[in-house]
Design a binder for this molecule. Structure first.
Ligand SMILES: Cc1ncc(COP(=O)(O)O)c(C=O)c1O
Length: 368
């Protein structure tokens, strides 16, 4: 059996879905799925939370849809069901789909989303790029909605150095995805270099636009300028067998991440820190929390100055895109607040438990 087919069967088995389509990255898998569902010459919207990485809305645009941004809840930073309902009422039949991420590994409120799916009739994509089901057989991750997305890119819980997939139960859609993928280029040096340029420009524009509001206009061209970054076939260099092995070891990886997250939760005890609510299904990607320190652009560099690697991901998405007219009826207050206060710390093998405890003590002192 070809290694990729073995990998696809393995991931489908883990998630108890019928089919898996593995490709260059999760964004490519999403692109193929969305393209397979796109109606010709009809304006269609896809709803996503306003806190998420840019690759999802960029892929929505690449596939010919428009993104609508909704708010998050401040308990676990995932999509707000109330805000989603507002958007569905405001946008009506233009909404074709909803993409709900288990952001930072926190499970979104899938029961309420599944009820809304019944009522409003949209396709629901579970974005599980930042998590993975454990092997207890009890996890809902990978089984929610019409399709589920996994990523194995750099920094993900299962870090295969690249690759991503979509899982579903409809053979015709899978076949359609494979036809669409055939027309895409293979991953190459060009994509690597484009990603470097993206990262350089992203941070310059993101930071400078806070000081010079007209710089926000540069953000709007990113999806078009970096279009090629999101769609490619699997790299010949990708180590498929290694990825299969990592998936088999996922419980050890999950246990270690949960253990480290608990330490952050207990040891980060400055009064200006607010922690997320963990559920039994949470498989944390980073340790993500909010600090009341004036704003993230000031505190993140200060934490880095004391030798701790921290990131203020993600910043609000709505400033990066041309918005639809309906967007002004959808309040985004939580996501705006979150975007100004979020911090992420590492849970992977680069940080030992001792180092995490030491870092917590240093951060507590800084945030006194
Ligand atoms: C929540 C989420 N969805 C989708 C993606 C896209 O995954 P990929 O980088 O494999 O295209 C990412 C990547 O960072 C992500 O964090």
């Amino acid at each position: 059996m070809e290694a990729i087919t073995e990998l696809e069967n393995k991931i489908a088995h883990i998630s108890k879905r019928k089919y898996c389509f593995f490709t260059g990255r999760a964004s490519t898998a999403l692109f193929c799925y969305l393209t397979s569902q796109k109606k010709k010459d009809v304006e269609e919207y896809i709803i996503i939370p306003n806190i998420l990485c840019n690759s999802v809305p960029n892929t929505i645009l690449n596939a010919g849809y428009k993104p609508i941004f909704v708010d998050i809840n401040l308990k676990n930073y995932t999509i707000s069901s109330e805000s989603l309902k507002t958007a569905l009422d405001v946008c009506g039949s233009k909404v074709s789909g909803v993409i709900a991420p288990h952001l930072y590994g926190h499970t979104f409120d899938y029961e309420s989303l599944l009820k809304m799916k019944e009522k409003y009739n949209f396709f629901l994509i579970e974005d599980a790029a930042q998590t993975i089901p454990d092997n207890s057989g009890k996890s809902m991750v990978g089984k929610i909605g019409d399709a589920s997305l996994f990523s194995f890119g750099h920094t993900k819980p299962i870090n295969g150095g690249g690759g991503g997939c979509i899982l579903l139960d409809d053979l015709n859609i899978i076949k359609h995805c494979r036809i669409i993928e055939k027309k895409l280029p293979k991953f190459s040096k060009f994509h690597e270099q484009l990603a470097i340029q993206y990262n350089k420009l992203y941070y310059i524009i993101r930071d400078q636009s806070k000081k010079f509001p007209t710089f926000n206009n540069f953000k709007k061209v990113f999806p078009m300028v970096f279009k090629d970054l999101y769609n490619f076939q699997v790299s010949e260099k990708l180590k498929i067998k290694k990825l299969i092995k990592l998936l088999e070891q996922r419980n050890e990886i999950i246990t270690m991440r949960k253990k480290k997250a608990k330490i952050y939760q207990k040891e980060l005890n400055s009064s200006i820190i607010s922690h997320p609510q963990y559920s039994k299904d949470t498989i944390p990607w980073r340790y993500t929390f909010m600090s009341e320190y004036k704003n993230e652009l000031e505190i993140a560099p200060k934490i880095r100055e004391i030798g701790i690697d921290v990131s203020p991901w993600y910043s609000r998405l709505d400033t990066w895109y041309n918005l639809t007219f309906e967007q002004k009826y959808i309040p985004l207050n939580n996501s705006i607040y979150f975007s100004e206060h979020v911090l992420n710390l590492w849970l992977d093998e680069t940080h030992t438990i001792e180092q995490i405890k030491k870092n917590c003590r240093k951060i507590n002192q800084l945030l006194l």
